[in-house]
Design a protein around this ligand. Structure first.
Ligand SMILES: Cc1cc2nc3c(=O)[nH]c(=O)nc-3n(C[C@H](O)[C@H](O)[C@H](O)COP(=O)(O)O)c2cc1C
Ligand code: SF4
Ligand code: SF4
Length: 315
């Protein structure tokens, strides 16, 4: 007999199947790949605590080892018009609030057409129940809307860089050793698979899945979280005016010179808190003081493993 929890879960999924179109589904496009032998690859990442960028850098290094010209770019500063210069494009994003963040989807929606260009998506994520598959489908759908051809998708797990007052959930502890060598092997395999897929001239099929976490994605989670953030400002006495938070903020919401955060614009991504080198970004969650990712690593005495390829890769 079903437990009460399973019954509720199944009913919710059934309701979704009957009433909701999946927002992130997609099919392989029936278009020709513009090349089976790409020469210029581009990896564009959005990354707040460095994991997605690390995976993106490894992909770029491997592409270079394989003889391609490969660039690594940050979504916050890359001019979308330049996308058409490339014949292989990979987009990397963290999963935030059960989806790719809205600044990434907005960026993708504003790109020019990339007809026939092989495209792939990867995400980094912090928990097995994080809706990473649908976040990948969402990214690919936006890329294939621009007439790119999907050739790969993959999710790489890492430390959940989500600041909590204690940073001590079971999920946090189970991911604190990541990425490890197995994660980097997964990145290497993914890169090779993409190139093999392109050389065969084949697109991949991708299909969003109907899961309970898809409902979580539909909740106004950013808004709810912002309500719970009871304080968010810059401490002028600690700020060293390095500009890091301004560079990291995807929506220009933080103004350290005025010690001010525009709470309406803010996406509650914690990029400012997680990157301030002077602990000058003050955030409280339901009245409890939050500390950022570097402080978490320091307190836990954790070091992030870097892949061997980085020793000889100048990106
Ligand atoms: C604001 C925020 C929301 C997050 N939401 C999710 C989530 O819904 N699912 C998940 O698996 N991980 C979630 N995470 C964890 C991140 O996806 C994970 O730490 C990721 O590797 C961070 O990538 P980055 O270092 O490139 O920013 C969240 C982290 C933050 C900071
Ligand atoms: S101000 Fe808001 S949107 Fe900007 S980095 Fe900080 S948390 Fe993210
Ligand atoms: S990152 Fe920290 S120290 Fe640097 S400008 Fe922002 S608040 Fe000031």
């Amino acid at each position: 007999m079903d437990t009460r929890r399973n019954f509720i879960k199944k009913s919710a999924i059934l309701c979704a199947a009957l009433s909701l179109p999946l927002p992130a589904g997609g099919q392989a496009a029936h278009r020709e790949l513009k090349t089976r032998n790409p020469k210029r690859g581009l990896v564009v990442c959005y990354s707040q605590s460095g994991f997605t960028r690390r995976y993106g850098k490894l992909i770029s290094c491997i592409l270079r080892e394989k003889g391609l010209m490969a660039d690594l770019a940050d979504i916050r500063s890359f001019d979308t018009k330049r996308l058409t210069d490339y014949d292989l494009i990979l987009i990397g994003s963290p999963v935030f609030y059960y989806d790719i963040p809205s600044n990434v989807s907005d960026w993708l929606a504003a790109t020019p057409k990339i007809t026939g260009t092989p495209v792939a998506a990867f995400v980094s994520f912090g928990g097995p129940e994080g809706n990473q598959h649908n976040a990948l489908c969402h990214t690919l759908r936006l890329l294939t809307d621009k007439e790119g051809i999907a050739v790969g998708m993959e999710a790489f797990r890492s430390v959940p860089a989500y600041p909590t007052p204690t940073w001590d959930s079971a999920n946090q502890r189970s991911g604190e050793h990541l990425p490890n060598e197995a994660t980097y092997e997964q990145v290497r395999r993914f890169t090779s698979q993409i190139l093999a897929q392109i050389s065969r001239g084949e697109a991949i099929r991708y299909e969003a899945e109907l899961a309970l976490r898809e409902f979580l994605r539909m909740l106004p989670l950013v808004w709810l979280n912002k309500k719970a953030i009871s304080k968010h400002m810059v401490d002028g006495s600690k700020c060293i005016a390095c500009g890091t938070c301004v560079k990291m903020c995807p929506v220009a919401a933080i103004h350290p010179e005025k010690q001010f955060v525009d709470r309406d614009k803010c996406l509650a991504c914690f990029g400012c808190l997680n990157n301030c080198p002077a602990n000058a970004v003050i955030m409280e969650y339901r009245g409890k003081h939050l500390y950022g990712f570097p402080e978490y690593l320091r307190r836990k005495k954790l070091n992030i493993l870097e892949p061997a390829e980085f020793r000889n890769c100048s990106l």
